[in-house]
Write a protein that binds this ligand. Structure first.
Ligand code: AHR
Length: 494
């Protein structure tokens, strides 16, 4: 059996926005506190309270954009409680996530410090669910107004003279659920009202993101686009990969092939979702001006045994790596509509890049996919045709091989491939059309001998990228041997 892939280096289908490789950090469990913020007095080495080891690791991912402060937390967050002297900041209960006390030590100034350290653009999600129009409006004034005004003056008193540059601003989060249990019609009217007061000050031009549908709520997308497309730049979509169900989640590490298959199947469903939501968006925005912002995606499993169920701390295996690679291939395919995506979440929560325990830190298999795939950021998406064998399990079939290719400004071509079959390698005939010659080719692979392979603090390199050269040239084609359950990135320097 064979898999045939043709990459047309002379047919450009669009640009893969680097923002597809975005991240999300919420005040949830140990994401912000412990994972990112340890405070200036911590024995853990830090810069302005932000841990150096985690920042150094994350910088290697070239994180383009970081969404904050939530998630569900965003619609309970009152930003004024998180500025000014730390000792006098108001404390609150984080009712969504474990009922713990939030001391507000990580607020607006600390978030912008973090973005600066990471070299990431900030994406702020405002509180529409329980906050006022005035509160949202004043937050934007506080962050972005350069002149003389109550909020800009308060920012200066709090130590920041110049306004920050802020582009991405979300008007609420999951307002169909934790953000207020609203109906599409009600939220749409609220969106129209709130966004009116989300002002552009000076040359700071905001990109306004409306709170979009939950998974396949096409009615929500229809109403929002019909009534408010002209008042937004982007609309969000949330969809998690949950084997089992939200009510009966499954383990992140103790799983069998049927769970593996279900996870791959549910990951591929992202393609269907984007296709259907895009069809609705196309009716109201045929020019594709409004971006689909998939600002929460990733796996959601049972928490690690013995950890707080409200903290959503889960391990991350080779299976998560395949999930990430499949999602990126889907986002690339829809790059004309998907302008941004933010995996949930960056540290210690859900499908994280990094896990920490005290002063220890490890990189997850998902981290490695983000690192291997960063070569696609802002590159031209190339036309790829794929004929794939099937991966069969329990009477069902999925395409075994998926692929995506892009070209960087300097002409370097990258082809990423995955084989989701955990029991069998895949032989791929790869034709690279449109190049005078293949030039120099190198490769990297992420794989393991077990589906459940993951990194631990004791063995942090169980799953990490290795050099890959399992190919041979056969006439005008490359015959590439993908290992079972693997992610491969090939680089061609013509
Ligand atoms: O990422 C965890 C939670 O999932 C977010 O807070 C919420 O928006 C979503 O339901």
């Amino acid at each position: 059996m064979h898999n045939n892939i043709i990459v047309n280096t002379d047919i450009v289908e669009g640009k893969i926005s680097k923002h597809i490789y975005g991240q999300f950090a919420e005040h949830l469990g140990r994401c912000i506190y412990e994972g990112l913020w340890v405070g200036e007095d911590s024995p853990i080495p830090n810069t302005k309270g932000i841990r150096n080891d985690v920042v150094a690791a994350l910088k290697k991912l070239q994180i383009p954009v970081l969404r904050w402060p939530g998630g569900c937390f965003a619609d309970e967050y009152h930003w004024k409680d998180g500025v000014g002297p730390k000792e006098s900041r108001k404390r609150m209960v984080n009712t969504h996530w474990g009922g713990v006390v939030e001391n507000n030590h990580f607020g607006t100034h600390e978030f912008f410090d973090l973005c600066e350290l990471l070299g990431a653009e900030p994406y702020i999600c405002g509180n529409l669910g329980s906050g006022t129009v005035q509160e949202m409006s004043e937050w934007v004034e506080y962050m972005t107004f350069d002149g003389e005004s109550p909020m800009a003056n308060w920012r200066r008193e709090n130590g920041r003279e110049k306004p920050w540059k802020l582009k991405y601003f979300g008007v609420g989060n999951e307002n169909w659920g934790c953000g207020g249990n609203m109906r599409a019609e009600y939220y749409t009217d609220e969106y129209r009202r709130y966004q009116t007061y989300v002002r552009n000050y000076g040359d700071n031009k905001l990109y306004k993101i409306a709170g979009g549908p939950n998974v396949d709520d096409y009615h929500w997308m229809e109403v929002l686009m019909r009534e408010a497309a002209h008042l937004m730049d982007g609309v969000s979509l949330h969809n998690y990969t949950v084997p089992g169900s939200f009510a009966q989640k499954k383990s992140a590490t103790a799983f069998d092939e049927s769970d593996w298959f279900e996870t791959m199947e549910k990951s591929l469903y992202m393609d269907t979702l984007i296709t259907r939501h895009t069809a609705i968006m196309d009716q109201y925005d045929p020019e594709k001006r409004v971006g689909l912002i998939v600002d929460e995606w990733g796996t959601w499993f049972l928490v690690e045994p013995g950890t707080n169920p409200g903290f959503l701390y889960q391990q991350n295996t080779l299976r998560d790596a395949l999930v990430a690679a499949l999602h990126f291939h889907i986002f690339h395919k829809h790059c004309d509509r998907v302008h941004m995506a933010n995996i949930a979440q960056m540290v210690n929560v859900l499908q994280a890049m990094v896990l920490t325990e005290g002063s220890q830190m490890l990189l997850t298999p998902t981290y490695h996919v983000f690192e291997m795939f960063k070569v696609h950021q802002d590159a031209e998406a190339l036309a790829v045709s794929i004929e794939s064998d099937s991966y069969q399990f329990g009477g069902k079939r999925l395409p075994k091989v998926s692929a995506s290719a892009s070209k960087q400004a300097g002409g370097r071509v990258h082809v990423s491939l995955c084989n989701i079959d955990p029991g069998d390698g895949a032989s791929v005939d790869l034709v690279i059309r449109g190049l005078a010659g293949l030039g120099t080719m190198t490769g990297r692979v992420l794989t393991a001998s077990e589906m459940q392979a993951h990194n631990t603090f004791e063995q942090p390199d169980n799953v990490s990228p290795a050099e890959f050269d399992a190919w041979e040239i056969d006439g005008d084609r490359l015959r590439v041997q993908l290992p079972a359950m693997s992610v491969v990135v090939l680089e061609l320097q013509p």
